[in-house]
Design a protein. Structure first.
Length: 156
């Protein structure tokens, strides 16, 4: 009877892991904990065998290739980039942390892709850059019209 309870608990744990991977906008597989909690990111050390079972029959089965050694997973539900940024910054300062790969917006990504994502400017930074690019032609046109108007006034 005790074995049946243990098996049931493990099956439930597998179902919870599968649900978290499916519900997350990004999932980064790494080794860490504290700063993520502060950013509202759930971070757990999980048994590789349970994660493998959770990914069976899903689009995330490719994660099994990186599930070796001690593994921790960060589940980010709101910001797809936040887990990658925090973990990448921590990894730069701490050689013990190795990014392995993860899932971003439903796609399994490599370690290199996680690092590239982490190096992107924040959403606000990107929007600011876009706004500057969009304003430049309008600003230049306004300055040209002003210069033409001033030239015509000077001639009159």
């Amino acid at each position: 009877m005790a074995n049946a309870n243990i098996i049931q608990e493990k099956q439930e744990a597998v179902a919870v892991i599968a649900a978290k991977i499916a519900a997350s906008s990004s999932t980064v597989v790494a080794e860490l904990r504290k700063q993520l909690r502060e950013a509202g990111i759930e971070f757990q050390v999980l048994k590789n065998s349970l994660v493998r079972r959770a990914t069976e029959g899903t689009d995330y089965v490719e994660l099994n290739n990186i599930l070796t050694g001690p593994t921790a997973i960060a589940f980010g539900k709101e910001d797809a980039v936040a887990p990658a940024k925090i973990l990448n910054d921590f990894a730069k300062k701490n050689d013990a942390l190795k990014l392995k790969g993860g899932v971003v917006e439903g796609k399994v990504v490599s370690q290199e892709e996680i690092k590239a994502l982490a190096e992107l400017p924040s959403r606000e930074g990107l929007l600011s850059m876009l706004l500057s690019v969009l304003q430049a032609p309008v600003r230049n046109f306004a300055l040209a019209v002003k210069a033409v108007g001033e030239k015509q006034e000077a001639q009159a």
